[in-house]
Every structure is written in C-alpha cells, then in structure tokens.
Design a protein around this ligand. Structure first.
Ligand SMILES: CC(C)(COP(=O)(O)OP(=O)(O)OC[C@H]1O[C@@H](n2cnc3c(N)ncnc32)[C@H](O)[C@@H]1OP(=O)(O)O)[C@@H](O)C(=O)NCCC(=O)NCCS
Length: 162
C-alpha cells in the first residue's frame, strides 16, 4: 500500500505485530487512564512509513483496526480504525493519505464498511477523515472514557465502491 504525497514523500503502510517497537505518541485523545480488564481486544496494527528522495523510510505514525460486529454474519463485520502521527510530521497530509490507504486495503480484504470514531473536539482528525473520503454519520453520545472524563464521539464511515 503506497501513496505519493507531493512535496512530502512516499507513504507506505505495513502491518506490524505486538512486538514491533512502536514509539510513544502522546495525545489527549489517547490518554486512557486506567484500562478496563477485558478479554484481549484483537487489534490489527500498521506502521506508517515516509520515504523522502531515496533516503531510508522512517516511521512517522501508526494505524490500528478492530472489528465491530453489527450482526452475526460476515457482511455485518465492520472495521473501526485509529491513527497516531508523530507530532513533528503532522499537518502535511500524512494522516489523510494513510487513512485512505488503510480504508482501501480493508475494502480489498472484503470489508464493506470501514469506520472511525473521533472526539467531537478533534478537528484535525475530522478534517483528515473527510479528506480521506470518510463521511460523517452522527454522534455517539458518552461513548469514550479517557483519563479526563467521558466524551462524545463523531462517527465516520468509508464505504466500498458497489
Ligand atoms: C489527527 C491526526 C492523525 C491528523 O494527521 P495529520 O497528518 O496531522 O493530518 P493531515 O496533515 O492529513 O491534515 C488533515 C486536515 O486537518 C487540518 N488540521 C490540522 N490541524 C488542525 C487543527 N489543529 N485544527 C483544525 N484543522 C487542522 C489540516 O488543515 C487538514 O485539513 P484540510 O485537508 O482540509 O486542509 C494527527 O494530528 C494526530 O496523530 N493527532 C494525535 C492523535 C489523534 O488525535 N488521533 C486520532 C484519534 S481518533
């Protein structure tokens, strides 16, 4: 999965496992506080790599996806994606490009619906999702508890071409 981001470089996303040395990317939207003791949530992960003019590609962020079931059939399984870009690489279109690449990759895997939920205050992610071809669907009220309280989320979706 490769995208050419003009003036920035080439973006690729590659799947990683739990042992991959992911950098810590602080963000108020990822500050969870005490995590729930739950059955292990299966999360697929990708790193986002940027290659500039022949130099070795470097990690500039990470993507994740977890299943959301809307019924007990294969066609009812959607994937909900998340993203984190290292602060110094934000604002160059990388978040937009890499979420588009991941949505297209998941459609190729057979998922009709790829969704993303983001805080109602997270304007940069809302712009990135719109730029990546996601559509705003509505508000999931009091959907996410983080270290600083419980938050409403915007729900966005990216639908496979019929
Ligand atoms: C949200 C995030 C992934 C966006 O990635 P990015 O590479 O910085 O985004 P892009 O450069 O593709 O920019 C996306 C859009 O956001 C806009 N934008 C950037 N910062 C903004 C801000 N503070 N307020 C409003 N818009 C902003 C850009 O102008 C662009 O909009 P446009 O295409 O309409 O011009 C990144 O900022 C990040 O990792 N943030 C911390 C973690 C996080 O919030 N993850 C999402 C949790 S759901």
């Amino acid at each position: 999965m490769l995208g050419d981001l003009q003036g920035v470089g080439e973006i690729t996303i590659c799947q990683i496992d739990d042992n991959y040395p992911r950098q810590l990317i602080p963000s108020p939207y990822d500050n969870w506080g005490e995590m729930a003791a739950m059955n292990k949530m299966l999360i697929d992960r990708w790193c986002i790599k940027l290659a500039v003019a022949g130099k070795p590609a470097i990690d500039v962020g990470y993507l994740s996806a977890h299943a959301v079931w809307y019924g007990p059939t294969v066609a009812s399984k959607a994937m909900n994606i998340g993203i984190s870009i290292i602060a110094e690489f934000r604002g160059q279109g990388i978040g937009t490009m890499s979420q588009r690449l991941l949505a297209e990759h998941l459609h190729e895997q057979g998922y009709l619906r790829v969704e993303a939920s983001t805080d109602v205050e997270n304007k940069s992610e809302q712009h990135a999702l719109a730029g990546a071809g996601f559509q705003f669907e509505g508000i999931a009220r009091l959907a996410q508890g983080r270290a600083d309280g419980i938050h409403d989320l915007q729900v966005w979706s990216h639908i496979a071409n019929p």
